[in-house]
Design a protein around this ligand. Structure first.
Ligand code: HGY
Ligand code: MN
Ligand code: MN
Length: 417
């Protein structure tokens, strides 16, 4: 590692917290919504404006910027040597009721690492790269973690480009519309390793009074859309025995989804986040219902068990209520285990910087999990106030951000020295 000979030793390098928080605030203005959160759906105009701003910052940091065929942005900092870069990054698309930190912190902390190294005139041996991955949230186009899974060869590019939103607009067309249908072939960049900083989005660290999470794994994710077809009829005149009530069936499935999690216990979680009824009128029995089911478990076999229980119930209630139910798989990821040595490195650096740390799984999906099959990957968590996320109340304090960003800085340096 080349330094400018100043007495600032690399191990004493720390991020500039004010600069990082300023970037977080600036980025949060794009798509800002009531209550202090952000709505920046993938490939929306807000996403375009945020991408433009991040690329402007990448250029200011003298990074070489590329955009690939699915819109992933990579800012590359040359090392003394060529070869696979040490990589970090995350996403800047958000859910419609998002916070300012989910994803954004990982991207901007990555830029802060670059800025800190630039200030110290340090050139690492290996190149460094910061990635901004397309459509991590998966709320407009499914599946989630789409850009990073295509980037790492786990999802087919054409299948991803053909994904359509609820208005029938495809991801490929929307990429072109916002000017981010890049020319770099996906898969043309392999990383030496990948480390992502992210807010925990849960209550574990805050409850334990611990500053940092060394993330060992990501739980498996199963997303299914169920379309229930019944018969519209008059709410007053139709005898109960003559109903094919899609709304009733949707509600029964939502109750069963909760029951599956409760009966299975352990790490099983289950959510019905979307319920749409047609025609959705007070005096009409719903002829159609569309619901989403999100099942997750740290144990792959248990996740399959939860899926099986749902299938059995769907079959049974379809027969009982004489309605048709079609299932469409929206996303499916097995649990992922991160690189033990890299997790250990995060722990070691946290110890040197005197931050409390604990190992933990991730309840949310992340871009880092897509790198895990191809290179050593791991994540650093910082606490979420009241364990809140995917909510405008999402908050992580500047001191907590400093701790996570300093650890990211020193871990990336250690991997690129
Ligand atoms: O759903 C998730 O875990 C992530 O926020 N896409
Ligand atoms: Mn995220
Ligand atoms: Mn998220």
């Amino acid at each position: 590692m080349q330094t400018n000979g100043s007495d600032m030793t690399v191990s004493n390098l720390r991020v500039n917290l004010d600069r990082l928080c300023w970037r977080l605030d600036e980025l949060a203005r794009i798509g800002a919504i009531e209550g202090g959160g952000v709505c920046r759906l993938a490939l929306s105009d807000e996403d375009r404006r945020a991408r433009d701003l991040v690329i402007q910052w990448m250029h200011e940091l003298q990074l070489e910027v590329t955009v690939d065929q699915i819109g992933n942005i990579v800012g590359l900092r040359k090392g003394q040597e060529q070869g696979r870069p040490v990589m970090t990054g995350s996403h800047i698309d958000t859910v419609a009721t998002g916070g300012c930190y989910d994803g954004n912190l990982g991207v901007l902390a990555g830029l802060e690492v670059i800025a800190t190294l630039n200030d110290a005139a340090i050139t690492t041996r290996r190149p460094l790269a910061v990635g901004v991955f397309t459509n991590e949230e998966g709320v407009r186009f499914q599946p989630d973690m789409m850009g990073s899974s295509v980037h790492q060869g786990l999802e087919n590019l054409d299948v991803a480009l053909a994904a359509a939103d609820s208005d029938g607009l495809t991801l490929g067309d929307e990429l072109k519309n916002i000017g981010y249908s890049g020319d770099i072939p996906v898969g043309s960049l392999s990383a030496h390793c990948f480390v992502e900083l992210h807010v925990e989005q849960g209550p574990v660290l805050e409850t334990a009074g611990i500053a940092i999470g060394a993330v060992e794994s990501v739980q498996g994710i199963s997303w299914t859309e169920l379309t229930i077809s019944g018969v519209a009829n008059h709410a007053g005149t139709t005898p109960m025995s003559h109903r094919h009530d899609a709304g009733l069936v949707a509600a029964a499935i939502a109750v069963e989804v909760r029951k599956i999690a409760e009966d299975m216990g352990g790490n099983q979680v289950a959510t019905v986040g979307c319920i749409e009824l047609v025609p959705n009128l007070i005096n009409v029995i719903a002829r159609e219902a569309r619901i989403s089911v999100d099942l997750r478990n740290t144990d792959g076999a248990r996740l399959c068990e939860a899926e099986r229980r749902l299938e059995v119930f769907v079959e049974r209630i379809s027969a009982e209520e004489d309605v048709e139910i079609k299932a469409r798989r929206l996303a499916r990821f097995d649990p992922v285990t991160f690189d033990a040595a890299l997790v250990g490195r995060i722990e070691k650096v946290a110890g040197v910087l005197d931050h409390s740390i604990r190992r933990m799984p991730s309840g949310a999906g992340h871009d880092a999990q897509m790198f895990a099959p191809n290179c050593p990957s791991a994540m650093i968590f910082v606490p979420s106030k009241n364990g809140i996320s995917h909510n405008v109340e999402e908050y992580t304090s500047p001191e907590e951000i400093r701790a996570g960003a300093d650890i990211l800085l020193q871990v990336l340096i250690s991997q690129s020295a």
